[in-house]
Design a binder for this molecule. Structure first.
Ligand SMILES: *Cc1c(COP(=O)(O)O)cnc(C)c1O
Length: 419
């Protein structure tokens, strides 16, 4: 079959079901084109994208500046491996360090790899700088975290679906309640072998949980007091998503280790990175860590262009302003709604909680109806819908989207949410 021949949605879905592993429960929509805040399905219907590939496409689909940087580099040099130097990686590392205010960067590809890298750096720092005894290092994580899908990362997840029958699990992690400073401090007092505290500044996958004002700042101070590295996983919250360049910027916190991914490439290419200052990153020595594709020339070119776009188009400012508008309009609707409980979030990372249990299929059914009405969003739980459009959205477009969302909610008011 020619690639130009139009495939029907059902045909594409059938192919994936037959030939692909069933590791996702996708919304039944088959996309074949994207531009800015819009995507189109194979039948030609246009949708507002309110997932942005889990906040990877903050800069909008197929951004021309990112694409042209990618194509120019792809035609010149794509991969050397780190066995040799290339002429763009150093420029990229300098650019990103200056952009975020760090000494050094370690380039990887996916978010999970960057989290794994941060764990390795943190453990080494614990042994070599803090003096923790061999194999005793612990890292504190939060309950209901999401940091990726590798065997080590799922070892400290408490999502049964992500963990079941994937054991044995990796040791060396202590779980504390998110947004609970007393538990964090207790864990640090009762254990001298803690090397780091790994945290999402807003818990995205858990359902967009925004911690109390001051939590990150105080957690950082507690970590400093106990000589423990504060590690921020900004893979989803970073790169302007929450209305600041980084979500920790809302509290003027500077993480000891910063983890970036997703929108670092604007969704054009898998690019992730770990940033730290010299006293931390110096524990990494030749041969101790690596990746064939990490820091490849295309990734470097794409990421510089993607970060340029964030500044040039003032995406953090736009996300901040449109986020306020989104929550205020939704709150007005929710006041007289019987199905929506609340809206929460920061910038353009928001969630609406439905008046139903976590086990219900209410959020799923609403997302199916949103799709019919021209807007794509995905539940994070049975009763929580995340709303995270590309940050290049205009106010006029956002108002159009809010009317689609409230109209769709309206179709469910006073009727059973369970079909
Ligand atoms: C998406 C995500 C990851 C994992 O990134 P992948 O590129 O899917 O491996 C890790 N942490 C957070 C907070 C994320 O949102």
């Amino acid at each position: 079959m020619s690639v130009l021949e139009k495939t029907s949605s059902q045909h594409a879905i059938d192919l994936e079901n037959k030939y692909g592993a069933h590791n996702y429960h996708s919304l039944p929509v088959v996309l074949n084109r994207g531009e800015g805040v819009f995507v189109w399905d194979v039948e030609g219907k246009r949708y507002y994208d309110f997932l942005s590939a889990y906040s990877a496409v903050n800069q909008g689909h197929c951004h021309p500046k990112i694409l042209s940087a990618m194509m120019a580099q792809a035609q010149t040099l794509s991969l050397t491996s780190r066995a040799f130097y290339n002429d763009i990686l150093g420029k990229y590392e300098k650019y990103v360090n200056e952009y975020f205010g760090y000494d050094k960067l370690l380039p990887m590809n996916t978010g999970a790899e960057a989290v794994e890298t941060a764990i390795k750096i943190c453990r080494r720092w614990g042994y070599e700088k803090k003096g923790i005894a061999e194999n005793k290092a612990e890292i504190i994580v939060c309950k209901n975290n999401f940091h990726g899908r590798t065997t080590t990362i799922i070892s400290f997840s408490n999502d049964p679906v992500a963990r079941e029958n994937f054991g044995p699990y990796t040791h060396g992690f202590i779980k504390v309640e998110y947004d609970n400073l007393a538990e964090l401090e207790e864990a640090l007092i009762s254990d001298n072998n803690v090397a780091g505290f790994l945290v999402e500044p807003i818990q995205g996958e858990a359902g967009v949980y925004v911690p109390a004002e001051g939590y990150l700042r105080k957690a950082k101070a507690i970590c400093e007091k106990h000589n423990v590295l504060f590690i921020a996983d900004e893979i989803q919250t970073g790169i302007a998503r929450t209305g600041k360049l980084l979500a920790v910027d809302h509290e003027n916190v500077k993480p000891d280790i910063l983890i970036l991914g997703k929108a670092l490439s604007g969704g054009a290419y898998p690019v992730s990175a770990v940033l730290a200052n010299n006293p931390v990153m110096d524990v990494i020595t030749p041969g101790s860590h690596g990746s064939t594709f990490g820091g490849n020339p295309i990734a470097a070119a794409v990421a510089m262009a993607a970060l340029d776009v964030v500044k040039d188009e003032k995406l953090a400012e736009n996300a901040f302003r449109l986020g306020e508008l989104f929550r205020s309009e939704l709150n007005t609707y929710i006041e007289k709604s019987s199905i929506c409980k609340l809206v929460r979030g920061k910038g353009l990372l928001n969630a609406v909680v439905i008046n139903e249990t976590d086990e219900s299929d209410a959020a799923w059914n609403i997302c199916l109806r949103l799709k019919e009405n021209g807007l794509l969003a995905k539940p994070t739980h049975g009763n929580i819908i995340r709303f995270a459009p590309p940050l290049v959205m205009t106010e006029e477009q956002l108002l159009d989207c809010i009317s689609i969302i409230t109209k769709t909610f309206g179709e469910f008011e006073d009727q059973s949410l369970q079909n």
